[in-house]
Ligand binder design. Sequence first.
Ligand code: ADP
Ligand code: ZN
Ligand code: MG
Length: 470
Amino acid sequence: MYEPVIGLEIHLAMKTKSKMFCACPADSFGQEANSSTCPVCLGLPGSLPTINYEAIEKALMFSLALNCQVPDITQFHRKNYYYPDSPYNYQISQFDKPVGEHGFIDLSNGRKIGITRCHVENDAGRSVHPAYANYSLVDLNRAGAPLIEMVTEPDLRDPEDAREFLQKVRAIAQALGVSDANPEEGKMRADVNVSVRLPGEPFGTKVEVKNLNSFKSVQRSLEHEIKRQSRILEDGGSIKQATLGWDEGGQKTYLMRTKEEAADYRYFPEPDLPPMQIGQNWLEAIKAKTPELPDLKLARYLAAGIREYDAQILAFDHQLASFLDEVLKHYSEDAQAVANWLNGDITGYLNAEAKPLQTTSLSPEALAKLLKLIDTNTISGKIAKDILPELMQGADPEKLIAERGLSQVTDSSEIEALIESVLAENPELVERVKANPKAINALLGQVMKASKGKANPEIVRSALSKKLAI
Ligand code: ADP
Ligand code: ZN
Ligand code: MG
């Protein structure tokens, strides 16, 4: 049985006000093509880049969060290559003095994944291929936008590890506000490197699959490559080092280029930008303003009494975690109950509607109120679940319950009356329950139904038991 060896290269679009080396807006999503440009990011002769301080600070914060060592000096290099949607004949990137090296992320299975390096560079523009024409267009709005590239050691051992790793990177980037890290908008892109070997043998020859823009395609392309490479080796063949693309429709990889054609980038120090000295004071200031990291959230959730399984899901989903924290400000009685709602019915609703939480109108206060209404027996759990879709659309649970008369019936005379009529209508069932008290749930169900789900089941149960003397 062959074992996969996997390393990732991840690009994150940084969330800064301006581009990496000019004052144009970093995020021009939805803007008119080429409107967010200037002489610097258009690469016009005579223009000079300047370093975006905010971007460096965010990249340093991210590096520290990934447990990287930050060198005393960080520097930009020119990486020389031609690309039709990049107006320079080079990319301004980092080479031997990146913002971070030798970091790691721990996976939930205890595996430590080494991070080789983290560096800053600028993005390219986009080529647009209009369906109506036999030519292509170039949109340079994204040219010069700040990117973080991070490279892992070949420490991942299965596609599921790779998925969890990406999820953790996304959660860290979002928690720090370093990147929106959403693959759907191209703000997180991954290249995967994968080889297979017999356990205990040295690493095999790897291939690289480029430009994967969803966690699912990372996982699928890895599964595909592991099978393909294992089959070749089983048949006595050998793997050729190559760069592949991923065919989403066909769910298979295809050859882009073999390694013989690999580029020599002729890196040299960027003459238009000075090296930067990173003082201890700066690093201390960055650490001091670093928001709570997902690992710390996880510890906090466990301490608050949330089970490991739920705490993992919540801590590493930035939207859910932020929401949970808001709910806990208003309702701290039972953190596990909040977790159950978030990971259960609310996630179910979001999946069914294919919506992220922040696009709904559910407020943390509303969920806190709902939980209190259940705790005080004002409504049953069943009613709470029934009204959730309306809460997701912004309804206030207290108002809704008052308007609809959904409060639980706890008044014993009312419950007595319900029981009387159910017993009168079901004489056979009554005899059965008398003979076998375990069948009481059938009667309980009838009374609950008669109350339209509003009777308090505990009160009904004890009243029924008393009445039937069981
Ligand atoms: P290259 O010189 O081809 O860029 P690197 O050594 O810089 O290769 O590694 C690039 C990526 O490939 C890293 O993420 C690394 O972890 C991964 N990698 C390196 N060797 C292997 C291997 N044998 N199998 C799988 N991944 C590997
Ligand atoms: Zn610009
Ligand atoms: Mg490399």
